[in-house]
Ligand binder design. Structure first.
Ligand SMILES: C[S@@+](CC[C@H](N)C(=O)[O-])C[C@H]1O[C@@H](n2cnc3c(N)ncnc32)[C@H](O)[C@@H]1O
Length: 262
């Protein structure tokens, strides 16, 4: 008689969690994170979206009619797995760190979530294939203190930060009307004013915003998310001239302003 395949405690946990997520029930982050590797679990609080954040973002994207959603900077795939089980749709994730892509694929498989993990950076995807985008402040590591890095495989670089922020701004300017996006703890770059912020909530310590592209591009104006505030790039430029010592006058903001071309 052939023996049954081994069934581990992790498989049982994954199946319970997947069932709860499919039914939109709350899931404790520490229970979910028990499925992650030791390092990914230890860094979860700072690097991966909490389950409640992912569930809310996924619901907002579904309500905005997004069915092909890309998590830009998907990490260990926590957001993608939760979003796929919440929405019942396939979800794509783009991640630059190979070992995280590997772990994200295993996580999705374990949970029975339909996740496609793409290994690479922004240049490797065609953003126009997606009608929904998710950003959990993915480029912040490039301007972070070395103690706030996930690991040492990334060399922080303000130029890379600004290049990525500009690439995404280009995606947003080229996006079709009706494209939706959720930002959590800020996108980290400029959001064209052709996009309207339609929902906002404070969850797990940061602001979550739903954006929809509601009009064609007519100018170069953009929003910048400064913590809880939304401010236009032109207003920031004016403020930074009038109040050069203001706390807004940090390196990033001053570069965003210097980069501003009406
Ligand atoms: C804050 S984590 C968010 C992970 C995931 N979105 C979530 O919410 O659970 C940001 C991730 O983005 C990745 N990342 C940053 N810049 C990237 C780029 N240009 N291309 C691909 N991945 C990037 C980092 O390696 C990191 O894993």
């Amino acid at each position: 008689m052939s023996s049954l395949p081994p069934f581990s405690a992790d498989d049982a946990l994954a199946s319970l969690l997947a069932d709860a997520l499919r039914h939109g029930r709350p899931v404790d982050d520490s229970a979910f994170d028990a499925l992650l590797s030791q390092t990914a679990r230890a860094k979860s609080g700072g690097f991966w979206s909490a389950v409640e954040v992912a569930q809310t973002a996924s619901r907002w994207l579904s309500e905005a009619n997004a069915t092909r959603v890309l998590d830009v900077g998907a990490g260990v795939g926590k957001w993608c797995a939760v979003a796929s089980l919440t929405s019942g749709h396939r979800v794509w994730g783009l991640e630059q760190r190979g070992p995280l892509v590997f772990e994200a694929r295993k996580l999705a498989q374990r949970l029975g979530a339909e996740v496609v993990m793409l290994e690479g950076t922004l240049e490797s995807v065609n953003a126009s294939r997606f009608d929904g985008l998710y950003f959990f402040n993915p480029f912040a590591e490039h301007i972070a203190d070395k103690y706030d890095l996930y690991d040492e495989t990334i060399t922080p670089s303000l130029d890379t930060y600004l290049r990525d922020a500009r690439t995404v701004e280009g995606w947003l300017r080229a996006a079709k009307l009706g494209t939706a996006m959720v930002t959590y703890n800020g996108l980290g770059g400029r959001i064209p004013t052709s996009w309207a912020c339609q929902k906002k909530a404070r969850l797990a310590g940061h602001v979550l915003r739903l954006w929809v592209k509601t009009r064609e591009e007519t100018d170069r104006e953009a929003f910048v998310e400064v913590q809880d505030l939304l401010i236009t790039a032109s207003m920031l430029a004016r403020l930074s001239k009038e109040f050069p010592q203001s706390p807004l006058e940090d390196l990033l903001v001053s570069r965003l302003v210097a980069d501003w071309q009406p």
